[in-house]
Design a protein around this ligand. Structure first.
Ligand SMILES: Cc1cc2nc3c(=O)[nH]c(=O)nc-3n(C[C@H](O)[C@H](O)[C@H](O)COP(=O)(O)O)c2cc1C
Length: 133
């Protein structure tokens, strides 16, 4: 847990990629968010630029969990990228080399990541300046 918190604190930006469990956040991810917020007064989350995406086999592509997650992360003080990235998972979405096989999904994700990168670079901060933000 100490390592998890220090890796979060050392990061420039955080990309959350999640499946959807019971139309909400998988318990293990929620648990990690809670550990990152503790002990009281020593939360690792505030002022980090962050983005949320995810995939599920359902037609709405993990939309509900992403809304829940953004709400939880906003309450923790992260700066969230706007917009939406709901990906419907199909068996051939990812090829044997772990590349996104579908060209339109690949293009969409590239634009999403480029946008996130530009967003995060606006916060380009050292941990010290971030704390002062
Ligand atoms: C307990 C549980 C609940 C799930 N609930 C949903 C759900 O509400 N909506 C959805 O689209 N998929 C749901 N799924 C499918 C997951 O989003 C996911 O596609 C699948 O579990 C594969 O991811 P995993 O290997 O991380 O579990 C659920 C899966 C599990 C195990």
């Amino acid at each position: 847990m100490v390592r998890f918190k220090s890796e979060v604190e050392a990061s420039d930006a955080l990309l959350f990629v999640t499946p959807e469990y019971s139309r909400s956040i998988p318990a293990v991810l929620k648990n990690a968010i809670e550990w990152g917020s503790r002990p009281w007064g020593k939360t690792s989350w505030p002022n980090k630029p962050a983005a949320v995406t995810g995939t599920s086999p359902g037609a709405i592509g993990a939309a509900v969990v992403q809304q829940h997650l953004k709400s939880v992360l906003g309450a923790q003080g992260l700066h969230l990228l706007g917009g939406e990235a709901y990906i419907t998972f199909k068996p051939d979405l990812v090829d044997a080399d772990n590349n996104v096989a579908d060209e339109s999904v690949r293009g969409f994700l590239k634009a999403f990541i480029d946008n996130f990168s530009a967003f995060a670079s606006r916060f380009a901060a050292t941990p010290a300046s971030r704390a002062a933000a």
